[in-house]
Design a protein. Structure first.
Length: 476
């Protein structure tokens, strides 16, 4: 026996043949020792040396580069596939043209998938149904990907491991996403730039989603409609998330469970958000820092929202406008909250109810804040402590408001100015309160009315105080 290693049958057979002048004599010949050039590691197996180098901090991945175009990749198989396609493209490829749109493909199978995905009516499609949940797919490969991601036991999956960190993925495409997002140096990133705005991304499909969501006219959008309610989405992934969140029975869902607390989520991304927000120490988090102020966030989306709300010029923002009143918002979720709060019949609202008291709210975040404030034991509360004073709070947003109000230089604050008078405030919510209190016509205000007397208020907080003062059980 010797340390010789190979993954192919033929070389092993040749290796085991009797020694001759033309063959390596594994019984007598000395074995070469391989050394790492960056440290003292040494081994007699090239496989172990490769694994060691792959995990070495100074190791840099060299891309496979196409000699006919600018394409490059970390993966030899992808490079080979591209090289074949690129060679054919330079030698009069026969394109397969879609009859319904400008799309064209080099492979007839790709055109067939395109037609099924984009142009066939739902009733004309031979759907591929999942046997474990209500999921269905237009393409068989999408169903197989769904089963692997949602229903297959982890020990049966051939994981795709990152060579630079402990990350692993169920799908090769997910691993490529990870590598492009975390291990490619900034100068080597191939950015996909939006032609209509400054948005850019590392992934082409995200640019497509952005274009559909932000720049397409409603009449040009192919909407994905939910077959169980009035919901519609501009992309299929949004419809799938909606279906999972609202129409799949809880017992049929593969939950993503937190290993540190009872929290569980229907979406893996929600679990990651939870872990980053509640269980990771600050020094373990990859912070996303704002280039224009000291703000930093645990989630990239939070940084994006911060930049939009705090640093973008008014003319650079694509506003989300309410169809029923003059309200407009910089973020889509704020418009959604406004519509739920102001224009949705209470009978049609999905209420988030507290399991320990009669509290209910239209907003999931408000329910979480309520539970933290009212029902958690002191030892279980994660306090947010101000570094400048003794102030602490159970809500991170309240800490940010405190810092802006108490400890920020006025010259560095972005003030929210009233367009009608000289009033200005440090918080957009305070400006909204000012507008309601001072400038809105009474007919445009949604009054909060007391059920026991004629009192009405412009703010829900004032109605609550009125009820506590005049109609509580002690006073009645």
């Amino acid at each position: 026996m010797c340390p010789y290693f190979t993954t192919s049958t033929s070389p092993m057979i040749n290796h085991q043949q009797p020694p001759s002048s033309l063959r390596f004599n594994c019984e007598t010949a000395s074995i070469e020792t391989y050394h790492c050039k960056d440290c003292n590691f040494q081994t007699q197996l090239t496989l172990l040396l490769k694994q060691h180098i792959a995990n070495h901090e100074k190791f840099t991945i060299r891309n496979y580069v196409c000699d006919k175009c600018a394409f490059e990749t970390h993966f030899s198989v992808k490079w080979l596939q591209h090289s074949i396609a690129c060679f054919k493209s330079h030698n009069s490829v026969k394109w397969h043209q879609c009859k319904a749109c400008p799309y064209k493909a080099k492979a007839k199978a790709n055109l067939k998938e395109h037609v099924i995905s984009k142009h066939l009516r739902d009733q004309d499609i031979n759907w591929h149904h999942c046997g474990e949940c209500p999921y269905k797919a237009k393409l068989k490969r999408n169903l197989l990907s769904h089963i692997k991601g949602r229903h297959m036991d982890d020990n049966r999956i051939a994981w795709h491991h990152c060579t630079r960190c402990p990350y692993k993925a169920k799908h090769g495409s997910t691993l490529r996403w990870h590598v492009a997002s975390h291990h490619v140096d900034a100068p080597d990133i191939k950015w996909f730039q939006c032609r209509e705005c400054p948005y850019k991304t590392r992934h082409s499909f995200l640019l497509t989603s952005h274009t559909n969501a932000r720049h397409l006219d409603a009449k040009d959008v192919k909407w994905h409609h939910c077959d169980q309610c009035a919901f519609k989405s501009k992309d299929g992934s949004g419809l799938r998330r909606h279906t999972t969140a609202y129409h799949v029975d809880a017992q049929r869902i593969k939950w993503f469970e937190c290993e540190m607390c009872p929290y569980k989520a229907k979406q893996n991304s929600h679990l990651k958000t939870h872990v980053a927000g509640h269980h990771l120490d600050d020094y373990d988090i990859k912070w996303y820092e704002c280039e224009k102020c000291p703000y930093k966030a645990k989630l990239k989306t939070n940084l994006k929202h911060h930049v939009i709300t705090r640093h973008l010029d008014e003319e650079s923002i694509k506003w989300y406008e309410c169809k029923k009143c003059p309200y407009r918002a910089k973020l889509k979720r704020n418009l959604h909250n406004h519509v739920n709060s102001r224009h949705t019949d209470h009978r049609h609202v999905k209420w988030y109810k507290c399991k320990k008291c009669n509290y209910k709210t239209k907003f999931k975040q408000s329910l979480g804040n309520h539970i933290n404030a009212q029902h958690l034991d002191e030892g279980d509360v994660k306090w947010y402590q101000c570094k400048e004073c003794t102030h602490k709070t159970k809500d991170s947003s309240n800490l940010r408001k405190h810092i802006i109000a108490r400890h920020s230089d006025e010259g560095k604050i972005k003030w929210y100015a009233c367009q009608i008078c000289s009033h200005r405030s440090k918080q957009s919510t305070d400006l909204k309160k000012h507008m309601v209190a001072c400038h809105l016509d009474e007919k445009d205000i949604e009054w909060f009315k007391c059920k026991k007397c004629q009192y009405k208020a412009k703010r829900k907080f004032h109605l609550k105080k009125h009820v506590e003062t005049w109609h509580s059980s002690g006073r009645d």
